[in-house]
Design a protein around this ligand. Structure first.
Ligand code: NAD
Length: 493
């Protein structure tokens, strides 16, 4: 039986309270995790606080070396991590093997490398003065991650923090904590000093909340739902704490009349159903030029029908189980509401039949295509975060942009068009953090990532993440000591 314990000050510590671990594919418990609270949060923050001075003074090369060593260790345990991620979350093992775990490794490596180039900036003012802008670490960073891409997003949060010399208290999702716990074991084995990376488990409001409000936490990086993000932002606002909030989405996919249709349909279907629709960047609203509507509906339904739904641990499975019973209940209730709102289910909407015996009680749900609802429907306004796409027609480019922007969210969008001029016009008009043109989920570490409106605050990735984890400190040194130098309002020369 898997037992997920807190990593505090370099050791996994015994727990007195527990939560159950469920395997989504079977609906059965297969282990338990520490159900921590304020006491454990305080111990972890104390450990991180005590380790902070030594870690910040550890050379950047050594920090980078340790992060690469951790990446190597995960890579050599690829199979174990892959199976653990799939078992814990219900995602197909093939996806965990080719996307989640390699990406977690890449997160560690990219920040381990990029921090070597991230140093002091110098701005000279002729003979008058010189400004050095240092980037010391914030101190202790609290990192909170969700269940949908468990290790991928956990490493996305901790890698820039550790690389820049911060110690970390990380709180993975209680729904999928196993691979973070495994990473913690390896971090200790490869030589991360005690207290540099602490990982605490349990319910968000019980252990995450006291962690983020501890005054010794200098910054909070959070990925999860918008309402949780709001709670966290409110709870630390009075402390003027740095926060980076990556939250929910209701992302539009737009197919214009001039699109490469087979490619657009195929990509829009992937955007709707990848990882059972449990990716914040999934395209839940599909807007289609009215002349293409029937063809696109048919194409998306066809793609949904072609997906191999099955045991996530089987190699050929393309579509696994939803992460929990509660989450499947939520998605099913959203489908029921779509019907009440007048929507028509064109594909799916049911629990699939014909699954292997092992998966009889798993949390499976068919990929679902809904039509007939306009932008006033709750189905098109609230995040579902499951394998459900709502398809709507539009007449003009202006209407498509208006529909895309008619949302509280603004995380990402995809547009499909064969006309470069249209792309150049439409992409910047969409109020969102990322717009993909003729593609979806193509990610470069160097570009800023984040959302606008209720989807996020701040940007992560690349330099933005390194800057978030550090405080710019300017040291302005006079180059001559004569009284000319104290002139008010000196301008750069
Ligand atoms: P969630 O908000 O329920 O939980 C996220 C994390 O926050 C968990 O670790 C949870 O334990 C913790 N938490 C909950 N309450 C807390 C509190 N009061 N204080 C501190 N921590 C608390 O989200 P989820 O259900 O795990 O994930 C799904 C959501 O995440 C979706 O809305 C999805 O769009 C979003 N998401 C966003 C991105 C992005 O990059 N924008 C990426 C992935 C997922």
């Amino acid at each position: 039986m898997t037992e997920v314990l807190n990593l505090i000050n370099g050791a996994h510590v015994p727990a007195s309270n527990w939560l159950e671990l469920f395997e989504p594919a079977t609906g059965k418990t297969y282990g338990r995790l520490a159900a921590s609270g304020a006491d454990e949060a305080q111990l972890a923050v104390s450990a991180a606080h005590d380790a902070a001075a030594s870690w910040r003074n550890t050379s950047v090369r050594e920090r980078s070396r340790l992060m690469h060593a951790l990446a190597d260790a995960i890579e050599s345990d690829l199979d174990a991590f892959t199976i653990a991620e799939s078992t814990d979350s219900g995602k197909p093992v093939g996806l965990a093997r080719t996307v989640d775990i390699p990406r977690a490794v890449a997160n560690l490596r990219w920040f381990a490398d990029s921090v070597l180039e991230f140093g002091t900036e110098r701005y000279e003012m002729g003979t008058r003065a010189v400004n050095d802008v240092l980037h010391p670490p914030v101190g202790v960073i609290g990192a909170i991650s969700p269940w949908n891409l468990p290790l991928y997003l956990f490493t996305w949060k901790i890698a820039p923090a550790l690389a820049t010399g911060n110690t970390v208290v990380a709180k993975p999702s209680e729904v999928t904590p196993v691979t973070a716990w495994m990473l913690g074991k390896l971090a200790t084995e490869v030589g991360f000093p005690p207290g540099v990376l602490n990982i605490i488990h349990g319910l968000g409001h019980e252990v995450g909340a006291p962690m983020v409000t501890d005054p010794r936490i200098g910054a909070v990086t959070f990925t999860g739902g918008t309402s949780t993000g709001r709670t966290i932002a409110e709870s630390v606002a009075g402390q003027f704490k740095k926060t980076s909030l990556e939250m929910g989405g209701k992302n539009p996919t737009i197919i214009f009349e001039d699109a490469d249709l087979p490619m657009a349909i195929s990509t829009a279907a992937t955007a709707a159903f990848a990882n059972q629709g449990e990716i914040c960047l999934c395209g839940e609203r599909l807007m289609v030029h009215e002349n293409l509507l029937d063809e696109v509906i048919e194409g998306i339904c066809q793609k949904a029908a072609e997906l191999t739904i099955g045991d996530p641990l089987e190699d050929g499975t393309q579509f696994g189980a939803l992460v929990s019973e509660a989450h499947r209940d939520h998605v099913e209730s959203m489908i029921a509401r779509a019907v009440e709102e007048g929507g028509e289910i064109r594909h799916g909407g049911q629990r699939p039949e014909g699954l292997p015996d092992r998966c009889r009680d798993g949390y499976f749900l068919e990929p679902t295509v809904i039509t007939g609802l306009d932008m006033t429907a709750a189905t098109n306004r609230e995040e579902i975060f499951g394998p459900v796409v709502s398809i709507m027609p539009f007449k003009t480019e202006a209407e498509a942009v208006e529909m895309a922007n008619d949302s509280d969210y603004g995380l990402s969008a995809s547009i499909f068009t064969g006309d470069e001029t249209r792309a150049a016009r439409v992409a910047p008009a969409i109020e969102t953090g990322t717009v993909w043109v003729n593609c979806w989920l193509v990610r470069d570490f160097r570009v800023p990532f984040g959302g606008v409106k209720h989807s996020g605050l701040g940007r992560e990735g690349g330099l933005d993440a390194l800057r978030f984890c550090t405080e710019a400190r300017t040291i302005c040194t006079a180059l001559k000591t004569s009284t000319d130098n104290v002139t008010q309002g000196a301008v750069p020369s």
